[in-house]
Design a protein. Structure first.
Length: 115
């Protein structure tokens, strides 16, 4: 029982959770994304109406969260590729920290550009 707790408290376990959760949340976002693209097909007025609505601060915050999810999923995937194709080394734990850091930086850069 104690070994289960240690395994779930390991940074690699949390990286796994973040990668899976970000993937699921991105998959849930896709129908909304396709719906918005469909608005462009329904006419300029429909799309313009949606784009005006998307200027709200809460929507901008959600866009930032989306960019953070994309960055987390991408860097987590790159980390997994490194684990698959490279021999295990002690520096791979640093790869996990770098992936998290790059994700946060990408979200912050987007947030600064939006505001």
């Amino acid at each position: 029982m104690k070994s289960d707790f240690r395994a779930r408290n390991h940074p690699a376990y949390w990286a796994f959770i973040v990668h899976r959760a970000s993937g699921v949340l991105l998959a849930l976002f896709l129908p909304l994304h396709f719906w918005v693209l469909g608005q462009a097909l329904r006419g300029e007025e429909k799309l313009e109406s949606f784009l005006r609505w998307s200027d709200q601060p809460l929507v901008k915050f959600a866009e930032t969260a989306l960019v953070l999810l994309l960055a987390a999923h991408m860097t987590g995937g790159l980390r997994l590729l490194a684990l698959e194709f490279l021999a295990w080394r002690d520096w791979q734990l640093s790869l996990l920290a770098a992936a998290a850091g790059i994700s946060v930086v990408a979200g912050l850069v987007f947030l600064l550009n939006v505001v």
